[in-house]
Design a protein around this ligand. Structure first.
Ligand code: SF4
Length: 467
């Protein structure tokens, strides 16, 4: 689409409507079947713009945006796939499908890094719904109207928000509790409005959540961040939607209030920033005085090529965006399908980082958003004859941990923090309690026995750390 083309109307596709998409009829039957079966567990949501402009249908199924958008057979174990396939396509037994799907989902570590158990704040002795407060200065806010997304990425660590598992979901209907909570917490400087995707909301609804944050009593709130995929999957939101100009005026109002407005754009692949409208969206956002940061997980099958990251970051910088994070894929959902060894992640990051200008080296990574905090892999080095990962916290539950270097024994197969053990004969990392060490011992023993035990579902048996 060129900028002079008439505005395109948003047309979403889900499992129920995908057969209406012109491209669907040309997909091989085996791929269509896999989408129909696996999407019972991991629903997808896409739109006509992604289908027409971002997916290269000549390269399907290996096209990265196709892999990002649609579920695949390999995301389930062969046993789960075959059982579900039989229920969906042969027996068509909805009750049995529902039960099977729930079992599969619960085994996929639906809330990694203590999201449901450790990050929920309390006010007057009651949990505050729709908030998370993990790091001292930052509160996450989940407005209920923003709990759907422009994509349902199959690797998303927030996937319970989309699948109708209400008991696993957190959201807030209005911002009054958020405001009351913030008034009690002058140490909080940042509010991250997230989801899902808050920019799925129309401007009026979004303003209803944002404007109360501009009140004088909340002068300690300096930064309002909005996490969004819209910049990549529906850039029309900033250019040609009927309220896109109103949205930009809202951004200007936040900036004029003296606060920093940071749009945290989720870009996975350079293709998402190649279209004219995506580039125009970046320019329109930064023209309001808001900043736009680029972040994404590193995902097998999607963005393993360092040159892709180079293109993404350099294009972003040229347009006025700021490269921010390369994350390590989280231990949730079909992580076996997407994950890469930490050593490989480091190699990809380093290779991309070495090729970009200093202006793009604002990016940090590869970083794990793990239970104790955001841990970045700084390097792979040999110290005193031992090959180790050099690590540090960029952000931590305990601020004293931030930027304290620590070392883990090099493990070429490790894919997450809980796979790592301390280097130099240490018994535990400086931030670990004895209980953490017991969790990890169980996890590592299970891993070596070929069984994956997710972070938040490990049961601590009555054994010692040495067991
Ligand atoms: S865009 Fe972000 S929040 Fe939305 S589904 Fe993808 S990873 Fe999840």
């Amino acid at each position: 689409m060129t900028f002079d083309s008439p505005p395109v109307k948003f047309k979403p596709y889900t499992r129920q409507t995908i057969s209406q998409a012109p491209q669907w009829q040309h997909l091989p039957e085996s791929l269509r079947e896999a989408v129909q079966v696996v999407s019972r567990v991991m629903p997808f949501r896409t739109n006509q713009y992604v289908m027409d402009e971002l997916i290269d249908w000549g390269k399907v199924p290996d096209d990265p945006i196709y892999r990002l958008t649609f579920p695949h057979q390999d995301m389930l174990s062969p046993a789960d796939y075959s059982k579900l396939r039989d229920l969906v396509l042969v027996k068509k037994d909805e009750a049995a499908i529902e039960e099977t799907v729930r079992g599969i989902r619960l085994a996929m570590n639906p809330h990694p890094a203590g999201q449901m158990t450790h990050n929920v704040p309390f006010m007057n002795g009651q949990p505050v719904s729709g908030l998370q407060h993990k790091y001292k200065e930052t509160v996450l806010f989940f407005p209920s109207a923003g709990q759907t997304c422009h994509a349902y990425c199959t690797f998303c660590f927030r996937w319970p928000q989309f699948v109708g598992m209400d008991d696993l979901k957190f959201d807030a209907r209005e911002s009054s509790e958020l405001v009351a909570y913030l008034k009690l917490h002058p140490e909080v400087t940042d509010v991250l409005i997230t989801g899902g995707d808050p920019l799925i909301m129309n401007t009026r609804s979004l303003a209803g959540y944002i404007e109360p944050l501009l009140a004088p009593e909340l002068s300690h709130i300096q930064n309002i961040r909005i996490g969004t995929k819209s910049v990549a999957y529906w850039p029309q939101r900033y250019v040609s939607d009927k309220d896109s100009d109103d949205l930009l005026r809202l951004f200007e109002k936040v900036v004029a209030s003296g606060k920093n407005l940071a749009i945290m754009g989720h870009y996975n692949h350079p293709a998402e920033l190649r279209t004219e409208i995506a580039q125009r969206a970046v320019k329109r956002i930064v023209s309001t005085g808001a900043t736009l940061r680029m972040q994404a997980p590193l995902i097998r099958h999607i963005n393993e090529d360092p040159n892709g990251w180079v293109e993404l970051w350099t294009t972003g910088v040229r347009l006025g965006a700021i490269p921010y994070y390369m994350f390590v894929e989280r231990d949730t959902g079909p992580s076996h399908y997407f994950e890469l060894p930490l050593a490989k992640a480091y190699e990809i990051f380093q290779s991309a980082y070495q090729q970009v200008s200093g202006l793009a080296r604002t990016v940090r990574g590869p970083s794990m958003s793990a239970f104790p905090g955001k841990v970045v892999i700084d390097g792979i080095v040999t110290i005193a004859g031992e090959k180790v990962f050099a690590l540090q916290f960029l952000q931590a539950r305990n601020p004293d941990w931030v930027r304290r270097p620590f070392y883990a024994r090099f493990d070429p197969t490790a894919t997450w923090l809980h796979d790592l053990v301390p280097a130099f004969g240490e018994k535990k990392f400086f931030f670990e309690t004895d209980e953490d060490t017991r969790h990890k011992t169980v996890h590592i023993m299970s891993r070596h026995a070929g069984r994956r035990v997710p972070e938040s579902t490990v049961e601590i048996p009555a054994v010692t750390a040495e067991a």
